[in-house]
Design a binder for this molecule. Structure first.
Ligand SMILES: NC(=O)C1=CN([C@@H]2O[C@H](COP(=O)(O)OP(=O)(O)OC[C@H]3O[C@@H](n4cnc5c(N)ncnc54)[C@H](O)[C@@H]3O)[C@@H](O)[C@H]2O)C=CC1
Ligand SMILES: NCC(=O)COP(=O)(O)O
Length: 332
């Protein structure tokens, strides 16, 4: 396949009633050495741009190179809304629209139409309320691509991968099995090399229980499952640290000892990242056959419609996607 001189990135707007459409309009104002294609409803984007006081000119996805214009320009692949959005009030009538945008983006990446996809946040509950079982982009893209994946959130200072993602807390202990940890750590190790250029990744692994189980007095998952799984992977040559007590794993002296940390569940480590780098953190999916990055935040329904949402995380996600495209091209 010919390599396009400028990467072409798909952008999905996420929940129509959230901040995603406004963030896409803001992103279009930033110069990137890339073609950005918003996969969403045209009129939704126009309304969002007006709320942000942005004069947005929409071009068809495959239109010839645009003329110089004083307006902000953005290419669009139109996917119609199910119902006109009401900012702050997600409507399950738009669930099929949201999923159609994700499917277009994933299929477009798999076919080579796009070099990567960058996603704005969606409202998981609204999709479920439409009667469609859905837990997140990560799981959706994994299923669409038939891939085993890992969720990672990364700021310039800290990378966190998750062994389990959108799972009720009560279901986490049963999910922590040697097979899951082995598959997850192999993906994290391989992707730290491929995506971040780390030759010999050092991965910290958190325990599940307080004090990583306190020698079995505060839970046995570390002794029965985590330590044996880590030992087997160490025998394969992986550089693993842990299981580490989660409460001290993020102090500076510990952070200097790993390139990424694997948390056992969603809220074990993400609050650390979000409290110190909410505007600089990017969510990316490891293990997919295409590049996918995203914001670290949600739909911010309290801000939707105000034009005041901060696009920093979406800008960081777009920059990371472009860096990853460049790295993949260099390695090809
Ligand atoms: N990538 C995705 O699709 C994600 C989706 N979500 C979804 O978002 C929904 C709402 O989640 P919440 O826990 O309320 O988190 P949230 O991130 O939407 O909001 C938490 C707080 O951060 C503020 N905030 C979030 N993004 C902001 C931005 N760009 N600029 C300025 N302030 C911002 C909000 O106004 C709110 O005060 C849930 O349905 C969740 O599933 C959450 C995380 C990621
Ligand atoms: N906290 C991360 C999150 O909820 C985003 O998940 P996903 O939709 O990117 O899978």
């Amino acid at each position: 396949m010919d390599i396009r001189p400028r990467p072409r990135l798909a952008l999905t707007a996420g929940e129509p009633a959230g901040v995603g459409p406004e963030l896409l309009a803001r992103l279009a104002s930033i110069p990137f050495d890339a073609e950005l294609v918003a996969i969403t409803d045209r009129e939704l984007l126009k309304r969002a741009a007006r709320r942000c006081d942005i004069q947005l000119e929409l071009l068809d996805e495959d239109a010839p190179a645009p003329a110089i214009s004083t307006a902000v320009q953005l290419r669009v692949r139109h996917v119609p809304l199910g119902a006109t959005e009401r900012p702050g009030h997600p409507d399950p009538a738009n669930a099929a629209h949201v999923l159609a945008t994700l499917a277009e983006a994933a299929d477009g990446c798999l076919s080579g139409r796009y070099d990567a996809v960058v996603t704005a946040p969606l409202q998981k509950a609204s999709i479920n309320e439409a009667g469609i079982a859905f837990s997140g982009h990560t799981e959706f893209f994994a299923e669409r691509a038939g891939a085993d994946v890992v969720m990672m959130l990364a700021s310039p200072e800290l990378r966190v991968a998750l062994a389990t993602t959108h799972l009720p807390l009560a279901a986490v202990p049963a999910a922590i099995q040697a097979d899951l940890l082995t598959r997850t750590l192999r993906i994290v190790d391989a992707e730290l090399r491929a995506k971040f250029g780390i030759e010999r990744p050092r991965i910290g692994v958190l325990g599940l229980n307080p004090h990583a189980g306190e020698s079995g007095h505060l839970g046995r998952e570390e002794i029965d499952i985590i330590i044996p799984a880590l030992d087997r992977l160490r025998d394969e040559g992986m550089d693993l640290l842990g299981p580490l007590p989660a409460d001290t794993a993020f102090v500076p002296v510990m952070r200097a000892r790993y390139d990424a940390v694997l948390a056992m569940y969603h809220d074990q480590a993400l609050p650390v990242l979000k409290s110190e780098a909410f505007d600089r953190t990017v969510n990316l999916t490891l293990g997919l056959p295409f590049i996918r990055t995203s914001v670290d935040h949600g739909t911010a329904l309290d801000l939707a419609g105000s034009g005041r949402a901060d696009a920093s995380s979406l800008i960081a996600a777009t920059r990371m996607a472009l860096d990853l495209v460049q790295r993949a091209r260099n390695n090809a």
